[in-house]
Design a protein around this ligand. Sequence first.
Ligand code: 6PG
Length: 235
Amino acid sequence: MVIKKFRDGDELSRTAAKALVELTNQAIAERGRFLISLSGGSTPMKLYEQLAVEKLDWTRAHFFWGDERCVPVDDPGNTYGQTKKSLFDKIGTTNIHRIKSELEPAQAAQAYAHTLSGFADAPFDFPRFDLVLLGMGDDGHTASLFPGSPVEIDSVTIAVSAHYQDRPAKRVSLTPKVFNQAREIWFLVTGAGKAETLRNVIHGERNLELYPAQRIQPVNGNLIWMIDEAAGKFL
Ligand code: 6PG
């Protein structure tokens, strides 16, 4: 596990965008495509905007999500809809495998697991993502894996209902079973409000129920925490 600390969110996003371009080109050279699982929330939006001006063969990049809120795509709470505005409308890609948020969570979760099976990397029935982007809430959640949720999950996707800030509660999430098979996982975490939780998640006692972000432990991949000085003040 590597911790990279940046002055602020802008420096983090600029650096992450350059690193993502390198990772994409490497994946395309080695495997002919780049499979990325995007994060929701506000932190990665600057990165998505930064990516929109990068020169890449987007026809080889396939976009998935680590989670989604089950609201219509034009709802401000829909992660796909927000990413469409900040990235997809600018790069014109069509390799978008969104979670069908117009469905009820259980049906959307089932449909998404089927979508993932179309990109399966044997022996799994889901892809080994080249990159998973994740955020972390100030309560230690990541994707839509919230404190108190079941730790041992064998399915690829789950439907959850969780209240966090003013965000939509009905959600679909990938599970650690999928995340932890990724080749590379980046947590993007900024802001002083997350500093204490970040210290507990990274250096505190192991408590997977209380701190779902601790459930993210790549089996055969790299884990990088990209944080700003404010979030990293206790590290
Ligand atoms: C979501 C994300 C969620 C997010 C964290 C951090 O759908 O909201 O999956 O896990 O990454 O809540 O959100 P911020 O980046 O807005 O702090």
